[in-house]
Design a protein around this ligand. Structure first.
Ligand code: SF4
Ligand code: SF4
Length: 478
């Protein structure tokens, strides 16, 4: 129940919520109100998405920035649409009304000039493939498992190469992904490498963020506690409960791995380390997705859903490739589970494959722009799925420049250059899908994703879930 005749703007519960007299709104001032704001220059941005949530609220998604969705009640919608802010703004003592104006500005619902989307982010991501070995044999894996490890000399040279490129391109932050194979096969190596990275990044005045990508089967209390103490985040792959997971992530012997992954997740949680659950959704696992999400949400774990991507090795596997109808029906069923277990964390950025409804962006991912993938021999590729087609190496002075200039192979084009996407209302958040998947399906990079129909069918529902989540948790804080 909302108060009558009071404009109400509610934002994601991660933003600070304030209640000011008869007007409640968010005032997380990402964009402070300029001292001399020209009200005539204010406008609702082109491309804003708004959908009804219920009889009282509309959900708004602004097309610029990283603000996510906002909820506006009827009175706030009417203020936004009428631009009738002048009488309020001219009375500086009217803090409540100014707070609403600030809320519109900070949430991107009003703007003066359309901000130009930045082409490059302030974070350089480096994927370190520290081993090709793995204790599992997943059906969709793109790696040949040649049983090779990265040497410490190669790993240190990779860190130095990352630092050189990060400095050359003025990044402030580097995200290191310790990956494999299964990186926990070499946990002492990770610790040694992480210590080295910390020193090099500190010397270079670069912020370091580290994440370990694991299958979760080798996690122990001791490892989890060490990761937590080093502030290394953990991502664990889990594709279903029991047989659903085991059907695509078995051991080489054929034995399932679910029981070990589940135990690993409990280990992490008891050590205060909250893993992010990475789910690969295929035709084999879509039916089990609702049960999996119920399990994940009961444990209050963040998750991301990735659609299976065919690769040269997985092509020989049967039963993974989904069709649109099955995927849409399965996702909508899974979303119902989310609706009845609304999480505190925001899932807009991770619920639908490579789309990110939390944050507008020009390109689907950082490939070719802010991304370096090091294989175990020190070769550098654009994407982890293309490790066998490297463009640069640890010996290059600035590998990122070489990656950015490489116009052969994978091209991660901006969404406005993709046929079919230019006029799409979702283009700011979808960006046209994974370029590699598009190329495999069509032989072209400059066209829309083969998953386009799935995306368009489920985006509105994902946004509605976010509206319900905001309503649930924002109301609690009022
Ligand atoms: S792939 Fe489809 S949903 Fe995504 S931006 Fe292109 S047209 Fe829109
Ligand atoms: S090109 Fe596709 S597979 Fe590679 S990082 Fe981007 S989204 Fe992922």
């Amino acid at each position: 129940m909302t108060p009558q005749n009071i404009p109400l703007l509610l934002t994601s519960p991660e933003s600070r919520q304030v209640m000011e007299g008869d007007c409640a709104c968010s005032s997380s001032l990402e964009i402070p109100r300029p001292a001399s704001l020209n009200l005539d220059s204010l406008r609702i941005p082109d491309g804003m998405i708004h959908l009804p949530l219920d009889d009282d609220f509309q959900i708004y998604l602004p097309p610029h920035g990283q603000r996510g969705a906002s909820l506006l009640n009827r009175e706030a919608v009417s203020v936004l649409n009428s631009f009738d802010l002048s009488p309020w703004h001219s009375h500086p003592k009217n803090q409540q009304k100014l707070a609403l104006l600030d809320g519109f500005l900070s949430q991107g619902l009003l703007e003066t000039d359309a901000p130009q989307p930045a082409s490059y982010s302030d974070t350089l991501t480096a994927w370190l493939h520290i081993t090709d070995r793995c204790n599992l044999l997943c059906s969709y894996c793109y790696l040949p498992h040649v049983r090779e490890d990265m040497s410490i000399e190669t790993a240190q040279a990779a860190i130095q190469a990352v630092v050189r490129s990060a400095k050359a391109h003025s990044y402030h932050r580097v995200k290191l992904k310790y990956a494999g194979g299964e990186p926990l096969i070499r946990f002492p190596f990770i610790l040694q490498l992480h210590e080295y990275a910390k020193v090099r990044f500190a010397e270079a005045e670069l912020n370091l963020e580290a994440v370990l990508l694991s299958n979760g089967t080798l996690l122990t209390d001791e490892i989890a506690q060490t990761l937590a103490s080093l502030n290394i985040r953990l991502m664990i792959s889990l594709d279903g409960l029991g047989d659903a997971h085991d059907s695509q992530r078995p051991h080489a012997s054929g034995k399932g791995s679910f029981a070990e992954v589940s135990a690993g997740i409990d280990c992490a949680l008891s050590s205060g380390l909250v893993p992010n659950i990475s789910v690969t959704v295929s035709a084999k696992t879509i039916d089990g997705l609702p049960d999996l999400l119920e399990w994940v949400l009961r444990k209050d774990l963040p998750f991301n859903l990735n659609f299976y991507r065919e690769n040269e090795l997985s092509m020989q596997q049967n039963g993974l490739q989904y069709n649109n109808e099955k995927m849409i029906a399965g996702l909508l069923k899974a979303f119902k589970v989310i609706e009845f277990n609304l999480p505190r964390h925001n899932g807009l950025g991770s619920m639908i494959d490579r789309a990110n409804l939390q944050s507008s962006h020009l390109r689907t991912c950082d490939v070719g722009e802010n991304y370096l993938v090091f294989d175990q021999n020190g070769q550098i590729a654009k994407c982890q799925m293309l490790m066998r087609k490297p463009s640069a190496s640890i010996h290059d002075q600035d590998p990122l420049s070489i990656i950015r200039m490489d116009k052969t192979g994978l091209q991660n084009l901006p969404v406005v250059e993709k046929e079919g996407c230019k006029t799409c209302e979702w283009k700011h958040w979808c960006a046209g899908g994974c370029s590699l998947a598009t190329y495999r399906a069509s032989g072209r990079y400059d066209v829309k994703s083969p998953n386009c129909n799935i995306y368009k069918a489920v985006f509105p529902e994902a946004l509605r879930l976010e509206g319900l989540r905001i309503l649930k948790y924002a109301n609690k804080s009022l």
